[in-house]
Design a protein around this ligand. Sequence first.
Ligand code: GLC
Length: 433
Amino acid sequence: MAFEEGKFQEVLSEFSATSEMLREVAANFRQDLQMGLRDPASSSMRMLKSYVGLPSGKEKGEFLALDFGGTNVRVLRIRLEGEGRYEVLKRVGEPLIIPGKYDYIGKGSTAVQMFDFLAKLIDEAIDGDHDTKFYLGHTFSFPSDQDDLNNARLIIWTKEFATEGVEGKVVNDLLTAALERRGIKNVVPVAVINDTVAVLLSAAYKNPDIYIGSIYATGHNTCYLESSIHDPKGFGVGGMILNLECGGFMKLTPNRFDVELDKNSEKPGEQRLEKMVSGRYMGELLSMAIAELLDEKDKKYDLTSVDMSMIITDDTPELKKATEILAEKVGRKLELKDVKRIKELTTAIAVRSARLVASSYVGIIWQRAGEGKIQPQHVAVDGSVYEKMPLVKENIARALSELLGEDAAGVDTVLDNGGSGLGAAIAAAMAVQ
Ligand code: GLC
């Protein structure tokens, strides 16, 4: 069955993001930031204080970094050498879920199981050494309330995590208890930061002109250096980094697929921007759109953002790879004409995502510039979607220039690969030096 052309065009148009729409998103984003600075409750973003500013670049010493926030957990032992230099001395990592074997993030899993698993990985990273003192920086990539650098209370799980007994708790208390259960007394957690903050610290440790850090992966979120906030309990220079939790930004126009996806998600009403742009959800949007075109409305095809990347990069005349992926996921071989249309739809979803993300960056850049000139700067980004999804980088650049005009010449995005671990080590160094 070939799709009906009118129907296809209508579905495709749902995912368009015109310049005007982007301008509106960027302006609303800026306005939400301004409202949040006056009163966080009035913004759709949580705008959480991190109690760190930028590093001086001189941070030195050996630290442990626990990077927790996606499906993989990593623990690293890192030696910071100052002047942007560092060495990873040891790296261990394991997924939080292996289907059929274990699952620490799904419904029914518990805080004790999850944190015991983290303590086990930490033990591996220190090679079972229970004597030498190690300071640990913890990247915890979920919205958390902090009143200093070391205590972060999980407000709410995002990214479909559902482990019981963590929401409302101070994560370092859970970690410390797990370390104790394992007989580890020499690992001292000293800093908890969001992954966006980690990316910003890591990028700013190595390069000048960086004030915005972002994750564009399973989840999506951004932080920036707010120069008007100074706190006696904060570390670092230049003000305070605010973790926006902008995955929760809501002043958007969701299409009917976005609305439906949100309704069926683990936390309806939350994380509306994230559900339109991040890797965890884009494949689901594509699935829903295809199901509608195939008149199989309630079917789930389990398409992922990795499938999307492969569909977009298939440039063969017969779209062999794309046809194969779709046959496997949809359960039947589609005609070439329809595979071509699905490729177009897939592209539209990825491009919309990149353009919305770019608009949010512009909202922050405008806010930081105030009435003054836009400073030349790099926006540091880490994450699989930014790194690997085709068309994303160039569409961010295009949207930046649509919105910033000639100022776009001084602004770009740069990949800060693996910044989460390094950032946690830098935060630990900032806390103890
Ligand atoms: C989700 C989390 C946020 C994190 C982002 C990227 O949006 O709420 O804290 O930074 O995912 O991992």
